[in-house]
Design a binder for this molecule. Sequence first.
Ligand code: GLN
Length: 313
Amino acid sequence: SSVAAFQDLTDNLPDWVEAYRAYAAEGRVATYIPELAHAPQQALGITLHHKSGAVISAGDAGMPFTLQSISKVFTLLLALMDRGEKAVFEKVGMEPTGDVFNSMLKLELVQPGKPFNPLINAGAIVISSLIRGDSPEHKAERIVRFIRELAGDEGPSINEHVYRSEAETANRNRSLAYFLKDNKVLDEEVEPTLDVYFRQCAIEVTCAQVARMGLVLANDGADPFTGRELIPKRYVRIAKSFMVTCGMYNASGEFAIQVGIPAKSGVAGGILALVPGELGIGIIGPALNDKGNSTAGVHLLRLLSERYDWSMF
Ligand code: GLN
């Protein structure tokens, strides 16, 4: 039962986290966004938030980190709520790529440059252009407010250092965006669109906030405690499907086999995961494996999934 599982977690999670820090040695902290390079290699933290209200945290769960690619799940949801399904999928596809997250390789393969899915950088940049608002600041503010609502916490806000650090160095994302613009997939101007994208990536959170966001998705978009609909169920289903097929980049297939739950990682080392109908999970472990996922974080999720039989498959 989930009560027994939570007792087992309470007894063991701190020890597991301490032991699993060792996996950080397999990975490396991302440095291509200079501000991310300062993150502590050995850090590992996790929060699980059960629908009963029970919350369990261990390790460095209080350490703030930026959402990075985890934000793509929430901008997809907000774009669907702002524009509807038809308008969104005129601009991005529904298929995994099997390529690294910032690849340009497949942008010339189908249609004129339509990105394969909304969780790779090219797709996420197009999605950022669909968020309603009068200016990049206004659009980013709406994204922050949406994140706060799902986190049930006014804490999440933009880390200006990380935002600037990425904006100043993002040659690859700039080239993706100009390519999309040239192909007329991106209707908005390049720089204001990228400005929204860099800000959403720099939203700073904790494991507890991410776990609460995951719990809303696990609960099909309804606030787990008031029952109020925060996101239409249909859109949550779309987001969870993308998390399973594309959420861990080009390791999504392996993750589906080893862990088997919807998840989304970010280059700061965060992972958002959820057990449908049960609980939300937030993890931070800045050292990344060769696919760009938190190495200790993925190992820890594999342990928990095996122990509690979480796999959806
Ligand atoms: N801001 C990051 C980028 O565009 C997000 C990518 C990631 O988290 N993998 O490079």
